[in-house]
Design a protein around this ligand. Structure first.
Ligand code: NAD
Length: 289
């Protein structure tokens, strides 16, 4: 029998991820608040559910790809009355690790398993099934959803439930801080008279390279497209998760807090829908001396 996967959250990431599961032969029932997102899944051969309950009823795996922990919690509680014992809920959103642990304990009391499997790689690698998936949960639970995750990317097991979410937030703190300082370096170099392309070529064969110099600047900033598909506000959310985690465990994080504060100012100044790569335009416009 074809396994039924409920997929909740069909946005920039959820759309290509759920499309891959449809193409792999799963019976995918998708739900999103946005009707066009549901229609897009139906057009690909999935089933668009008009209500959350219709998507999750009878599904053995429920994948969540939603913006925040608050929305994940509300969704899981709303869906709670139809999620059956034995179902595995996989939160692939970038959620808050402490809240994930608490939600997992709440669900376990009802015989429902929660694992976390957030991703890195953006929309491009979601399309090709080459995401980096960082998973948290019991090994047997991760084994059970292994075939579904294998359609989406490569899984590294990070530890107990919540561990994937912790490492994802920390990864994005690195990524955002790298991007901010890369923008600062390139704007300074331009004022000196250097070409951005020349600087990037040199950084990329030197110790200053990162995902920002290798991908974000060449693919989204230099062409002026700013279309990475990852919102600036979602990045700020992740930075706050990471700095909050550092505070909760008592780890030193002065640079992370400073970077998050700058990112918050950019989020205030830019459109709500701004791509995270537009941080460079905030530096150019608002901080130019
Ligand atoms: P998005 O805003 O494009 O999509 C989120 C979708 O969730 C939207 O379609 C929205 O309508 C839907 N939604 C919101 N509330 C809902 C609800 N209560 N019920 C049903 N649907 C609801 O966001 P995204 O870029 O796809 O990101 C999703 C998650 O993945 C976030 O946690 C983000 O931080 C993370 N992430 C994003 C990227 C990226 O490159 N975009 C990469 C890695 C991780």
């Amino acid at each position: 029998m074809t396994e039924t996967v409920a997929f909740i959250g069909l946005g920039n990431m959820g759309a290509p991820m759920s499309a891959r599961l449809v193409r792999a032969g799963y019976a995918v029932r998708g739900y999103d608040l946005a009707e066009p997102a549901r229609q897009a899944l139906a057009d690909l051969g999935g089933t668009a559910a008009a209500e959350l309950a219709d998507a999750v009823r009878g599904a053995s795996v429920v994948v969540l790809m939603l913006p925040t922990s608050a929305i994940v919690e509300a969704t899981v509680r709303d869906a709670g009355f139809v999620v059956e014992r034995g179902t595995t809920v996989v939160d692939m959103s970038s959620s808050e690790p402490m809240r994930t642990r608490a939600l997992a304990a709440e669900l376990a009391e009802r015989g429902v398993t929660l694992v976390d499997a957030p991703v890195s790689g953006g929309v491009a690698r979601a399309r090709t099934g080459e995401l980096t998936i960082m998973a948290g949960g019991e090994p047997a639970d991760l084994d059970r959803i292994g075939p579904v995750l294998a359609q989406l990317g490569t899984v590294t097991r990070a530890g107990a439930v919540g561990s994937g979410h912790a490492v994802k937030a920390l990864n994005n703190l690195l990524s955002a801080t790298h991007l901010l300082v890369t923008c600062e370096a390139i704007l300074a170099g331009e004022r000196f008279g250097l070409e951005p392309e020349t600087m990037l070529a040199i950084f990329n064969s030197s110790s200053g390279r990162s995902g920002s110099t290798e991908t974000k600047w060449p693919s989204f900033i230099l062409p002026g497209s700013y279309d990475s598909g990852f919102g600036l506000r979602l990045m700020l959310k992740d930075m706050r998760i990471a700095t909050g985690l550092a505070d909760q465990v008592g780890a030193p994080d002065p640079l992370g807090h400073a970077a998050a504060e700058l990112w918050a100012r950019a989020a205030e100044a830019l459109e709500a829908t701004a791509d995270h790569t537009e941080i460079v335009n905030w530096l150019r416009k608002d901080l130019t001396r």
